[in-house]
Write a protein that binds this ligand. Structure first.
Ligand SMILES: [Zn+2]
Ligand SMILES: [Zn+2]
Length: 127
């Protein structure tokens, strides 16, 4: 069972319906520190005994990405997804492990808005 009470208001805030598939996908995304692929989410749902198909997982991710609730990235040539906060932000993305941090834009330089800024996270830098 998905954590309906946790996700319903979040989905309502972005104006999309809280379908069971979306709730399950959000549960899976929330359990990860790093962005994850649709295949990974699908495999985890299978492990939990959910019979959600891969296409359904893709569709749930696509609708929530479109709604701005989930943000999509590319890591190692693969599309990966992350459940982001609601405040407007851009991303700091670790080039090595794919970790994403959110940063609020306060100082615009010449009106330029950053989307993704790539670098190396603290843990990878120490290695
Ligand atoms: Zn984000
Ligand atoms: Zn890293």
């Amino acid at each position: 069972m998905a954590d309906t009470e946790r996700w319903e208001p979040i989905l309502a805030a972005v104006g999309i319906r809280a379908t069971n598939q979306r709730l399950l996908v959000l549960d899976a995304l929330a359990a990860h520190r790093l962005p994850v692929s649709a295949q990974r989410v699908h495999a985890e749902l299978q492990d939990r005994g959910e019979r959600t198909g891969l296409t359904t997982v893709y569709r749930a991710l696509a609708s929530m990405t479109e709604a701005g609730l989930v943000h999509a990235f590319t890591h190692a040539g693969e599309a990966v997804y992350r459940l982001c906060g609601s405040a407007e932000h851009h991303h700091l993305v670790c080039r090595v492990c794919g970790l994403v941090a959110e940063r609020e834009e306060k100082d615009l330089v010449d009106g330029f808005r950053a989307e993704e800024v790539y670098g190396i996270c603290a843990a990878c830098a120490e290695r």
